[in-house]
Design a protein around this ligand. Structure first.
Ligand SMILES: [Fe+2]
Length: 98
């Protein structure tokens, strides 16, 4: 079983990932993109250094694109889950409109 639970893991699977393992890895990668965004934002909020802000601003935009790309990939690879996610979107919109 591949190890995706630890971001610092250097373990590489010696086999081709199953479809279930790929989905787990992509979900973990999406979570990691959001974690990275949070870390960069915290760094930015901790300094007034303009160079840091300029660089991290750009990186945050890239990480958001990565998260979106990975999410789209997940949507394509697992349309069954996408239906459930969209159900959550619908419920949220209904709650907002109440
Ligand atoms: Fe990324």
């Amino acid at each position: 079983m591949p190890e995706f639970a630890q971001i610092k893991s250097v373990y590489s699977p010696k086999h081709t990932l199953s479809e279930v393992e790929i989905l787990r890895a992509i979900k973990f990668a999406i979570a990691s993109e959001f974690e990275a965004i949070q870390i960069y934002q915290q760094i930015m909020e901790s300094t007034t250094n303009k160079s840091v802000h300029n660089v991290l601003d750009e990186i945050i935009e890239d990480e958001k694109k990565h998260a979106g790309g990975l999410y789209k990939l997940l949507e394509i690879l697992c349309p069954e889950d996408e239906k459930i996610y969209q159900e959550g979107v619908r419920e949220t919109l209904e709650n907002i409109e109440r």
